[in-house]
Design a protein around this ligand. Structure first.
Ligand SMILES: Nc1nc2c(c(=O)[nH]1)N[C@@H](CN(C=O)c1ccc(C(=O)N[C@@H](CCC(=O)O)C(=O)O)cc1)CN2
Ligand SMILES: NCC(=O)N[C@@H]1O[C@H](COP(=O)([O-])[O-])[C@@H](O)[C@H]1O
Length: 235
């Protein structure tokens, strides 16, 4: 089966984009990263993509007279790249209904929280303020409503004693870099697809495969240490 042509949308450092490019460097991976689009000319991810031989394009909102014209420019670039799949990765704009509906089922996003909890921005600070003990990240199909699309895969990450926004963000980001390539692979292989507003997962050989593929446990070694620490604070 030919590899699915994937275009990544970024706004900043592009660490998730870098993880996807790394995964796609394996010729057996079912997706190839054929382009990167940024809404910011100074996005550090652009240089990383170029250094890895991936074509890049900057499409800035300020260069277009309206949001519709901006979205149309994004759509034209995606078509120009011959995109099969669109992966939002640290992309910080809300895409318009027309564009999202055209690409719905082929457009995915990684969100730094366990949806439906903590939609939107500042997820790590909000998780700490809320006192949750388990946080994480989600890959979902993109729909017109922000961070509301059907979930494809999630990774759970413990909140440690003494965590602040930065330490928690760093732990979640490590999980994102494992989860996103896994989730994009499922979509590229047709093992995860969007039907009637829901994610439909292909039948896996057995439950273990299913569980490991869509709910990714934290790093086992780290988990042991985390559990020991949690045990120390749990009366
Ligand atoms: N139509 C959709 N667009 C986007 C989605 C989505 O699910 N549907 N996911 C987001 C990603 N995202 C969180 O994961 C996110 C990105 C940006 C914002 C936001 O409020 N950004 C701006 C204002 C929006 C704009 O000007 O377009 C801000 O920083 O204030 C919230 C969530 C990507 N897009
Ligand atoms: N709402 C979108 C959002 O908050 N995305 C988040 O931006 C961070 C930086 O991504 P990057 O290092 O891949 O650029 C990542 O944690 C990603 O989940």
């Amino acid at each position: 089966m030919s590899r699915k042509r994937t275009v990544v949308l970024i706004s900043g450092r592009g660490s998730n984009m870098t993880a996807l490019i790394a995964a796609a460097s394996d010729p057996t991976y079912p997706a190839e990263i054929v382009g990167v689009i940024s809404d910011r000319a100074n996005a550090a991810g652009l240089g990383i993509a170029q250094s890895r031989g991936v074509a890049t394009k900057v499409i800035q909102r300020a260069d277009h007279p309206s949001k519709d014209a901006y979205d149309a420019a994004i759509d034209a670039a995606l078509t120009g790249f011959g995109a099969d799949i669109v992966a939002l990765a640290g992309y910080m704009r809300i895409l318009g209904r027309g564009l999202v509906e055209k690409w719905q089922g082929r457009m995915i996003n990684i969100h730094p929280a366990l949806l439906p909890a903590f939609k939107g921005l500042d997820t790590h600070a909000r998780a700490i303020r809320a006192g949750v003990r388990i946080h994480g990240c989600s890959v979902h199909f993109v729909t017109p409503e922000m961070d509301d699309g059907p979930i494809i895969a999630q990774a759970a990450v413990p909140v440690m004693v003494g965590d602040n926004e930065d330490t928690l963000a760093a732990r979640v980001l490590k999980a994102e870099h494992r989860l996103y390539p896994l989730a994009l692979g499922l979509v590229a292989e047709g093992k995860a697809r969007m039907e009637k507003g829901h994610t439909v997962l292909a039948h896996f050989a057995d439950d273990a495969d299913n569980a490991s593929s869509v709910v990714m446990a934290p790093d086992p070694l780290r988990e042991e240490r985390d559990l020991e620490q949690l045990a120390r604070i749990t009366p």
